[in-house]
Ligand binder design. Structure first.
Ligand code: GUN
Length: 356
């Protein structure tokens, strides 16, 4: 915007003449919340550390945290590229338009966008099957709720989040079909005070087990104060609420980050596609299930985990009805990808409507 042209940058020696791997591959990570959030970003940061550790001096990683999902993200990505990053992980949904804008202008850089759906010649998207963790947490919630009313503190109304809410509730209803659910949206990924307020209103409304799709342990901490239950999400949040914590639906980004960094070192990054890894690929699990959870419920979680691993269990399989009673998947019908990636309804038993 200042009108200065990017020019006169020193020209690197042609690759053919340079000794192999003389320079470390620079890899940048853009984070939406602080690395200390205990959840989403903390977990990406563990993934960054894992690849730095694994590849040693072959790579040089960097990160910028608390980057808003707006023009700041574009500036951060351009700066990373100007500093020599050849691989950039943009780790929040709202970076999508900025990755789309920047990638064609920087063809020598490979972009990786977490949770988006738009790819290009030098960009790919990737995600974790967070709904698998939500479903396993739901089973535990179904085994623990006494009020038969569970709740979710929801973040940003995109299909991923609606799918997670529904999957949590379907898991609970697999234990007790009469279970009802309430949702409060905070319209942010990371806003601990609002997350806590939303949790309080759920509890005041009779909810005794909560899940969240936000990034902080605020919901768990509120549960601890109020004597109800909740889950960790994305990271292991057990330490934040020893009594309230029923389990954490944890994402492990390290397997995917290891794959992509290896591909980049080999000069063969797989652009133009989406990678969606879950329990099967070791990217998702429900960990640290509380001792208070009955053994039969733990066994049910173990069965589902095994079924997700070997492909014999499908979460999104009919009969599934929305909360107006409309049948969306007939008995035995398995959802296809277009269905799964565009979920905009609440399943039977959830109060209210999806915003938007
Ligand atoms: N940014 C921060 N947290 C999240 C999340 O859970 N999902 C997506 N898509 N983006 C995020």
């Amino acid at each position: 915007a200042c009108g200065k042209k990017e020019e006169a940058a020193p020209v690197a020696a042609p690759a053919a003449q340079a000794p192999a791997n003389a320079e470390p591959l620079k890899v940048g990570f853009v984070y939406v919340s602080p690395i200390g959030d205990g959840g989403w970003t903390y977990q990406h940061e563990l993934g960054r550390k894992a690849v730095q550790e694994k590849f040693g001096d072959k790579i040089e990683t960097s990160f910028v945290e608390s980057v808003a999902e707006g023009p700041d993200s574009e500036r951060v990505m351009r700066d990373m590229a100007a500093q020599g990053s050849k691989l950039i992980f943009a780790t929040s949904f709202g970076y999508q338009e900025y990755v789309q804008k920047v990638a064609p202008e920087l063809p020598a850089v490979n972009f990786q966008h977490a949770t988006g759906y738009k790819q290009a010649a030098n960009s790919a998207t990737y995600d974790a099957k967070t709904f698998e963790g939500a479903y396993m947490a739901g089973i535990v919630a179904g085994g623990m709720t006494k009020t038969k009313t569970i709740g979710v503190v929801a973040s940003v109304p995109i299909p991923e989040v609606v799918r997670n809410i529904n999957s949590f509730v379907l898991g609970a209803q697999s234990v007790d079909p009469s279970i009802k659910a309430k949702v409060v949206w905070v319209n942010s990924w990371f806003s601990p005070p609002q997350e806590a307020e939303a949790a309080t209103s759920l509890i005041n409304g009779g909810v005794d087990v909560m899940y969240q799709n936000t990034n902080s342990p605020a919901v768990l901490k509120t549960a601890e104060e109020r004597g109800v239950y909740a889950f960790g999400k994305d990271g292991d949040m057990s330490a934040y609420a020893p009594k309230a914590h029923l389990g954490s639906a944890v994402i492990d980004w390290a397997p995917y980050y290891t794959k992509v960094v290896q591909d980049a070192l080999d000069g063969k990054v797989e652009n133009g596609q989406n990678f969606w890894w879950g329990v099967k690929e070791g990217a998702m699990d429900l960990v640290k299930i509380s001792d208070e959870v009955p053994q039969e419920i733990k066994d049910k979680v173990a069965q589902v985990r095994q079924g997700l691993k070997d492909g014999t269990f499908q979460i999104w399989k009919g009969p599934i009805k929305d909360n107006t009673g409309k049948e969306l998947l007939a008995d035995g019908q398995v959802a296809d990808m277009p269905f799964i990636t565009s979920i905009k309804f609440y399943v039977n038993g959830i109060e209210g409507n999806v915003p938007g």
